[in-house]
Design a protein around this ligand. Structure first.
Ligand code: ZN
Length: 499
């Protein structure tokens, strides 16, 4: 049976006659051989003893896994699927070796969701959690190691980090097959990944690198230097905000898409990844005025939280993004305040809204969250004579290890942020807004800030109570707070946009 299975396999043939891999204890060791177009994968996995005996893959992905076999003393033995999972007591009892085929092409056609499996822009997008059969509901200190061989001319691109933390595994330049490693308890929601004939290059932003992978589907409306320049400018603006590029490495998968929009999604949880849909009608001028890249890059400096706290991450990035661009000279204060004046009303609770935790309404998640951080930032700046602001809390979270690659409880995130402040103000704001809807008089708030929209134009009142706070928010990056771990936020000299 084993021979028949191997013969039937169209994936690249695994090397034979090799000794079992020797590795440190507590590693889930995956080897993947991908056939042409990654339509079929052949996978072998070795699991250490003590892992949960229920094995599975991501949502919707189980029907595409075939021929799962367990290594026994007498050879390979088939394991039948029970519903959506495979139950293998031996894995828990003594560790186990398994092998299977994964029909990734059929999964991409059948599931057609790029966060699970889908063809987009000539690439096959699927995170490892789609095709790696793994112990379910695992919590512990194990790591998973993933090695992937692709068909000639193709590459596997992933936001999972390598053996050396955020840096790519070993000395592999992008475009070659490699090795990736991350905490096993985060495998269930692994970073964006894909197979295909990507165009690869690396952009360096200070200590960080943007590992760029452009899908082959269609020609972008911008040249490579124009795209690189826009990403570098966004990366530098975000670096200036945090004091450094927030992660050692982020994989940015660019998908040329129909239309004139840029749309992005970000996923950490064991690495750092961004998927950027760039409309083929997006030209250099449109890219210059884009806000999405800064928004997604800001997420890199914040830990992954449980989904019910989505407003926390999205509200923070929604609030920060225009300020970061203004301080870098990319947009002016009018554009910042126009955005807040038009956007924040979406965040005010309506009659049916609950607190922000668990909220799924777009306006509440993005603008409701942004309003919390505007109020907190104003409060900190208004009461502090030594430059305390929300920036200090954001930088304190990152300097304590809270980047997108880690998954933190909200309490740990709050404590890390409060460590950068003189009061537990972040925790106070969370308690106030997360559990109950809080009515905010936005008109009164904007009046105190001295900003309003009149006949489509942004007008200011410099005699308003909080006018100084309003001006400070968009001023170029000033001195860091004395409570902040970082020293010196020298502007990288980002050129002002021609727009
Ligand atoms: Zn976001």
């Amino acid at each position: 049976m084993a021979a028949a299975l191997l013969t039937a396999c169209t994936a690249a043939t695994p090397p034979t006659g090799q000794a079992p891999p020797v590795h440190a204890a507590r590693v889930w060791d995956y080897r993947v051989w991908a056939g042409p177009g990654a339509r079929e994968l052949r996978v072998e996995v070795e699991l250490p003893p003590g892992v949960p005996e229920r094995l599975g893959v991501d949502a919707f992905a189980h029907p595409f896994c075939a021929d799962l076999e367990l290594a026994t003393d007498t050879g390979w033995r088939p394991v039948e699927r029970t519903g959506k999972v495979w139950v293998v007591p031996r894995c828990r009892e003594s560790g186990c070796r398994l092998r299977y085929h994964y029909q990734l092409g059929a999964a991409a056609e059948g599931i057609d969701r790029f966060a699970y499996a889908g063809y987009r822009a000539g690439a096959l997008l699927a995170p490892p959690s789609t095709f790696l059969v793994a112990p379910q509901d695992y919590a512990g200190a194990d790591t998973y190691r993933l090695r992937v061989d692709t068909a000639p001319g193709e590459s596997f691109v992933t936001g999972v980090w390598g053996s050396a933390g955020g840096h790519a595994a070993g000395a592999d330049p992008p475009g070659t097959d490699g090795e990736w490693r991350a905490p096993a308890e985060l495998l269930f929601e692994a970073p964006f990944s894909g197979f295909g004939r990507f165009e690869r290059r690396v952009l360096q932003v200070g200590t960080g690198s943007i590992d760029l992978a452009i899908a082959p589907g269609a020609s972008l409306g911008v040249s490579a230097p124009e795209l690189d320049r826009a990403l570098l400018r966004a990366g530098q603006a975000v670096s200036t905000y945090y004091g450094r590029f927030p992660v050692p490495r982020v994989t940015v998968i660019v998908l040329p898409s129909p239309g004139a929009q840029v749309f992005g999604m970000q996923l950490g949880n064991g690495g750092a990844s961004i998927v950027l849909f760039v409309g083929t009608e997006v030209d250099a001028a449109a890219l210059d005025s884009d806000w999405v890249m800064v928004h997604e890059l800001l997420h890199l400096g914040f830990p992954t939280l449980d989904r019910k706290h989505l407003w926390f991450a999205e509200g923070l990035a929604t609030y920060q993004e225009p300020l970061v661009r203004a301080r870098a000279g990319i947009i002016d204060a009018d554009q910042v305040w126009r955005g807040y004046l038009e956007g924040l009303p979406h965040g005010v609770p309506n009659g049916t809204d609950t607190g922000l935790d668990g909220s799924s309404r777009w306006g509440r998640t993005y603008w409701g969250g942004a309003l919390v951080f505007l109020l907190l930032d104003i409060e900190l700046r208004a009461r502090s004579a030594d430059g305390l602001s929300l920036d200090a809390a954001a930088r304190a979270i990152l300097s304590r290890g809270g980047d997108t690659s880690v998954r933190w409880p909200v309490q740990k995130t709050l404590a890390a942020g409060d460590a950068g402040l003189d009061h537990p103000s972040l925790s106070d704001a969370y308690v106030r807004f997360a559990r109950e809807p809080v009515a905010i008089d936005l008109e009164a708030l904007f009046r105190r800030l001295g900003v309003r929209l009149t006949q489509g134009r942004v007008r200011y009142d410099d005699n308003a109570e909080l006018a100084a706070v309003r001006r400070a928010l968009t001023a170029a990056n000033g001195r860091p707070s004395p409570h902040d771990g970082h020293a010196g936020f020298a502007s990288p000299g980002v050129p002002k946009s021609p727009l």
